[in-house]
Design a protein around this ligand. Structure first.
Ligand code: G3H
Ligand code: 13P
Ligand code: ZN
Length: 332
């Protein structure tokens, strides 16, 4: 058993209480490799932001849980070396079972998500409660989910979204004891969140997606005052990256994300955690494609992963400062 406390990590309890009070959201950024982790930590130190390093089941399969934990440990020491001990959570994203969640808790994670959103309601409650009971024995925080996002949720895919039903949230939170709740109000995973048919086009021909259901969010806040809410599927799919990718041999058609102004608005509410993965993938891919195209003789990985890491850092800084509002809140 490895406690996250030995690794220098924190759970999300205080972090969310401060985010709620300060009307900002903490970035939950997925990582699978060293460059992503370095970019996240460097960006969060430079903007003095708290951060959630997020690991999916896919990331575990790709990188190995011990390597990921030690990268998070490295992240803690890297932040210290850069001169700011920002609070860092290591979080399991979309945990699919009690076993996966327990394995992460036993391996130094400070927070876990148990995603029973695709299960019948009572089964979601049962598995979430089982995870909460074990996690709380170890002072680990738990995120549950109600409502289904469209798109791919790790290995769970759903063609359509089912918005969270505000009438269920009190019962779910009370019976499970979760510390935060992921909800579905119109975000979705991946770079293709909306079909062009679901969007309208503005004067410049840019696709504008349907707005998030702030009415459902407001009703959830009314039912569960002061309770930390989580938004998944919150990438904005920056069109400059889509353009670079497509100009350098890529083929990303009509990718549309969540407009940043809507995330800014959500971050001021009870939304305390905003998950962003796809935008990081786009930033890295854009830089790597550009370098491969412009310098075909280059074959030193540091020469393309380095600039990709630099671009990622810039992107996370922008998220913290301009979108989530968490910049400057690391030492609240
Ligand atoms: O919500 C899903 C995350 O973007 C993780 O994706 O399972 O491909 O690592 P992944
Ligand atoms: P995006 O695909 O919109 O980045 O969402 C990531 C996410 O929700 C991870 O859990
Ligand atoms: Zn997600």
């Amino acid at each position: 058993m490895i406690s996250y406390k030995e690794v220098g990590l924190v759970n999300s309890r205080d972090m969310f209480a401060k985010a709620m009070k300060g009307h900002y959201a903490v970035g939950a950024y997925n990582f699978n490799n060293m460059e992503q982790m370095q970019a996240i930590i460097a960006a969060c130190v430079e903007t003095k932001s708290p951060v959630i390093l997020q690991v999916s089941k896919g990331a575990r399969d790709y990188a190995n849980i011990n390597i990921l934990r030690n990268m998070a440990r490295g992240g803690v020491e890297y932040a210290h070396e850069l001169g700011c001990d920002i609070p860092i959570v290591l979080h399991l994203d979309h945990g699919d079972s009690f076993k996966t969640a327990k394995d992460c808790i036993d391996n130094g994670f400070s927070s876990v998500m148990i995603d029973g959103s695709h299960l019948p309601y009572e089964e979601n409650i049962a598995v979430t409660k089982q995870v909460v009971d074990y996690a709380h024995e170890h002072d680990v925080t738990v995120e549950g989910e109600l409502g289904v996002l469209a798109g791919i949720e790790d290995e769970v895919s759903s063609a359509v979204s089912h918005y969270t039903r505000p009438e269920e949230v009190v019962d779910f939170a009370t019976r499970t004891g979760v510390d935060s709740l992921a909800i579905s109000i119109g975000t979705s995973h991946g770079a293709y969140k909306f079909t062009p048919e679901q969007c309208t086009r503005n004067e410049e021909g840019i696709l504008i997606p349907p707005p998030l259901r702030f009415d459902i969010l407001a009703e959830i806040e009314k039912q569960l005052p002061g309770f930390p809410i989580v938004l998944h599927g919150a990438s904005s799919v920056p069109q400059e990256y889509v353009k670079i990718i497509n100009e350098h041999g890529g083929k990303l058609a009509d990718s549309v994300g969540i407009p940043e102004e809507q995330l800014r608005k959500a971050a001021k509410s009870a939304v305390c955690k905003i998950n962003i993965d796809s935008d990081g993938r786009l930033a890295m891919t854009a830089m790597i494609r550009k370098i491969f195209d412009e310098k075909p003789a280059e074959f030193d990985p540091r020469k393309y992963l380095g600039p990709a890491r630099e671009e990622l850092k810039k992107m996370y800084m922008h998220k913290n400062i301009d979108v989530l509002g968490c910049a400057g809140h690391a030492l609240d």
